[in-house]
Ligand binder design. Structure first.
Ligand SMILES: [Zn+2]
Length: 310
């Protein structure tokens, strides 16, 4: 499997347009050693010809244009991007679907709850139904292996499979009370285990850290992309009084008691990469003590253009 990190920041990107925190100011002026980042987006492929987008970020158009892998073959009107897999209905995860509205038949894999939020309550997404054939929504049932690319008859281990795991998150604030009451809460935020030829990639850019079943998914994977949104639980509050904590926003912080860096994972060979990094997180500064702590603990900090293979 090849994975491309097309964007690595949390919502708002880095720097964020309306933010003058020390990091945003520092990256604008060049006073700190840090890379600008677009909003978190990944793409995965097993054959280099068909690409699956993991979520659809608000920066998706620019991110697609950034790689030769996504250029449509000469004379065609079809991109190598064949499907999108959604982990939630958050704006950061789904808004980019609107960039894919140019009449290309696509598949979108999501839980029933996420599909209902986007199709029943957000009429703007109906533009996706204008292609011929229209965009096809496929249901991701929890804890079940689903083929994204079916295996060839000659090699049953080929193909690409996906398993959705509930991360016990919450629905976005914008979802109405009436719709929310008719949805399964465990379908709000999922992690994805992508499987091909006995290799596993786990993708969880939003990790509330509720329960510990997700840790098994990390330990069993060869490569895991995990929530690096906040360094500390009270990070936003220290910049703007009255802000919610990281955990209240559905993000397990990196530092502190039972933070992600101190999570008691069982020993494994998993390569662990932090994505969805908020513009307030000091790990964005390559020379910060926090960035060093992360690297010394054998974690990697994703950046736009990072490519990995397992
Ligand atoms: Zn900022």
């Amino acid at each position: 499997m090849r994975v491309k990190v097309l964007g690595s920041a949390a919502g708002g990107g880095f720097p964020q347009w309306n933010c003058a925190c020390p990091l945003c100011t520092g990256v604008r002026s060049g006073a700190i050693k840090a890379r600008p980042r677009t909003q978190t987006q990944a793409a995965i492929s097993v054959d280099g010809a068909r690409w699956f987008l993991l979520n659809a970020s608000p920066d998706l158009r620019q991110q697609i244009l950034s790689s030769a892998d996504f250029v449509p073959p000469i004379g065609s009107r079809n991109s190598p991007i064949t499907a999108v897999v959604l982990t939630s209905a958050d704006t950061d995860a789904a808004m980019g679907l609107l960039h894919l509205r140019e009449f290309q038949p696509l598949q979108i894999f999501s839980t029933i709850a996420v599909r209902r939020i986007l199709t029943e309550e957000n009429s703007l997404f109906r533009v996706l139904a204008r292609s011929n054939p229209p965009v096809k929504w496929e249901t991701l049932a929890l804890d079940r292996l689903m083929p994204l690319i079916p295996p060839s008859p000659a090699d049953k281990k080929s193909g690409l499979f996906c398993k959705a795991v509930s991360l016990n998150g919450t629905f976005p604030d914008y979802v109405s009370e009436s719709l929310r009451n008719s949805l399964s809460p465990e379908e709000a935020v999922i992690g994805l285990t992508l499987v091909s030829k006995e290799k596993k990639v786990f993708y969880a850019p939003n990790l509330p850290g509720v329960g510990d079943h997700w840790a098994r998914c990390v330990e069993e994977s060869d490569l895991a992309f995990l929530d690096g949104t906040f360094w500390k639980d009270d990070e936003l509050n220290s910049i703007q009084k009255g802000s919610k904590s990281a955990r209240q926003m559905g993000h397990l912080p990196l530092w502190g008691d039972r933070g992600l860096l101190r999570w008691p994972f069982r020993p494994s060979k998993t390569r662990r990469v932090l994505v969805h990094i908020n513009n307030t997180n000091p790990i964005l500064n390559d020379e910060s003590p926090e960035s060093r702590i992360v690297r010394d603990a054998n974690w990697e900090i994703a950046y736009d253009g990072m490519e990995l293979a397992v």
